[in-house]
Design a protein around this ligand. Structure first.
Ligand SMILES: C[S@@+](CC[C@H](N)C(=O)[O-])C[C@H]1O[C@@H](n2cnc3c(N)ncnc32)[C@H](O)[C@@H]1O
Length: 309
């Protein structure tokens, strides 16, 4: 808990503030030094990473309640926007394989890498496909079927300040996984999503509200660090922004997007909430126990058409 051991707090804060300056002024070097893939701290094998992307792809359609045999019809000719793909656009590749016309990946950090491992991940994904799906996936590369040649315009990877796409009414589906909890301006990201989507189209997100290893004893004690100190320590690293479910509801409502579905994927225990309650930093103090408990969630949003507003 912040404040209980001031010497520990000071050491941790100084270390984090110094490394945050590195992330601010040399983001590429910071990404290189920390070996970030976007898929967490643990090193995964190419086989595991390929399976991770297949699971992510399947999860999106489970959340959307679209049966496996209807996925290609749903995606056919669609333009997909993915926020925060990590260092390899494995889900984007599967979206094109299953019918999407194109995928634009937007990130705030330059994570994309055509490393031997990432090439192998894409080769494994290609090998797992057959027929038309395989042909469409092969078309994602400058030399057909050769991931090492780089991406064709079917998959575009863009790094933008604040991770905002700036697109206007050109996108049919927005996706993200383990990204929204990292964005630096949640209201701006939802507004960007609203602008990017065509009328009546959907956004589907999987959000992880856990501490990402930044708590000590209680899974919620990372919410005890004051807002200003957290910003100095982590503002440029893309670690969790710490916003809770109540803030997501506000940002969605301000964006004009309609919430079609929202459910928790993990809840904190009552005893952990009770223990941390008196120590919470200012923006988290008035959050209900019910909202504080959400440690992850999934949701589907829709941009209403003019005739439906
Ligand atoms: C935990 S990783 C998840 C990567 C990938 N979606 C996955 O499931 O493996 C978070 C991703 O969000 C990106 N990110 C952070 N802030 C962002 C922002 N404001 N807009 C878009 N992407 C952002 C990170 O650079 C990283 O690619």
């Amino acid at each position: 808990m912040y404040g209980q051991n001031p010497i520990d707090d000071a050491k941790r804060a100084i270390r984090a503030i110094v490394t945050d300056q590195l992330a601010h002024w040399a983001p590429s070097l910071y990404v290189k030094l920390t070996g970030q893939t976007g898929r967490g701290a643990q090193e995964d094998s190419p086989l595991e990473a390929a399976q991770y992307f297949r699971n992510c792809f399947k999860d999106y359609f489970d959340i959307l309640q679209i049966e496996r045999e209807n996925i290609t019809a749903f995606l056919s000719g669609r333009h997909v926007l993915e926020y925060g793909p990590g260092d390899v656009p494995g889900v984007g590749l599967l979206m094109v394989a299953h019918g999407a016309e194109s995928v634009i990946c937007i990130d705030r950090f330059p994570l994309l890498a055509l490393s031997p491992k990432n090439i192998e991940i894409m080769e494994l994904l290609l090998e797992s496909l057959s027929g038309d799906a395989r042909l469409r996936a092969e078309d994602c590369f400058l030399i057909k079927g050769k991931p090492s040649s780089g991406f064709s315009p079917r998959i575009r990877y863009l790094v933008r300040p604040n991770g905002l796409s700036g697109l206007r009414g050109t996108v049919d589906l927005v996706i993200s996984r383990a990204v929204l909890e990292h964005v630096n301006d949640l209201f701006a990201t939802f507004a960007d999503m609203h602008e990017a989507l065509r009328d009546n189209c959907l956004a589907v997100h999987d959000v992880d509200l856990k501490s990402h290893g930044l708590h000590r004893k209680n899974p919620l004690d990372f919410l005890t660090w004051p807002l200003y100190l957290w910003a100095w320590m982590y503002g440029h690293k893309g670690v969790p922004n710490r916003w809770r479910i109540n803030y997501y509801r506000e940002a969605i409502s301000a964006s004009g997007l309609e919430l079609l579905l929202m459910y928790p994927t993990l809840l904190a225990e009552e005893k952990d909430i009770a223990e941390v309650r008196a120590h919470l930093a200012l923006p988290f103090r008035n959050i209900s126990d019910e909202d504080l408990a959400w440690l992850g969630f999934r949701m589907v949003l829709q941009k209403k058409g003019v005739e439906n507003t």
